[in-house]
Design a protein around this ligand. Sequence first.
Ligand code: B12
Length: 234
Amino acid sequence: MRHAVREFPLSPRFVEGGSMSSVLSQAIVELEPQRVATLVGERLEAGHDPLQVLAECRQGMAIVGERFQSGEYFLSELLLSAEIFKDAVRILEPYLAKSGPPEPAGAVVLATLKGDIHDLGKNILATLLRAHGFVVHDLGVNVPPAVVVDKVRETRPDLVGFSALITTAFESMREAAGLLEQAGLRDGVKLMVGGGVTTPAVKQFVGADFQSTDASAGVAYCLSVVGGQASHAC
Ligand code: B12
């Protein structure tokens, strides 16, 4: 059965991205690549928490999303915002990678599933997990659910994580969970779903063990599964 988008109300944080904004998030909204890079660099040099800087960039993206939805921005602006965000993450990455101890922790299979090509959030989660010592098998975007099953069979990870930014990917996540079950692999892994569009209702729909719209919370959950400690950054 196909579930209509309206059955999964988006989280208020996702919808109301524009309620508070900083100079940095505004620079993203105004699509100013040079200014964003300068502001991110200045904030990091001044010793600001890289996760806070990331949160402000993400908030800018949420406002871009609102403008796209209202017809003020077009796909070209969405694409440009993604490039600006990627450049900001490139500057942030070495700082994010310092946020935890690089001890061997466990293994995670990550994917953005069929129907969804958004990967900025998934890539951030992968960076933070690696920084906390996890081996990450990142399958990429638009991944057929059967490919996840093959990877889990091959690598026997502790966790599987699906990232979704578009509601049509919910069916794919549920299909993947079902295929893991059928293959007898579901009990051996914890399944998490995340990405701005996910909510507790989506977790329930998919049959996942954990849901979050925050990569740091995802890392803390992964650490709790493998018996590690969340660092201060989580
Ligand atoms: C950038 C962007 C794009 C880029 C994506 C580039 C890329 N490489 O990812 C491009 C231009 C390609 C794009 C395309 C489209 N997009 Co778009 N896009 C966005 C935008 C503006 C930002 C998304 C983003 O990257 N945010 C920043 C990241 C860091 O946030 P995040 O993913 O939530 O990740 C954080 C957490 O959620 C967490 N996390 C992420 N994954 C996981 C996983 C786990 C397990 C855990 C624990 C945590 C976790 O970690 C991150 C840090 O904390 C959003 C607007 C918005 N409100 O988000 C629209 C948005 C998602 N897009 C939308 C749409 C409609 C589209 C298109 C269909 C447009 C079109 N007509 O073609 C296509 C989709 C094609 C497809 N099949 O996927 C809609 C989706 C609506 C819906 N209800 O489904 C949105 C909401 C815009 C809108 N308001 O209309 N998009």
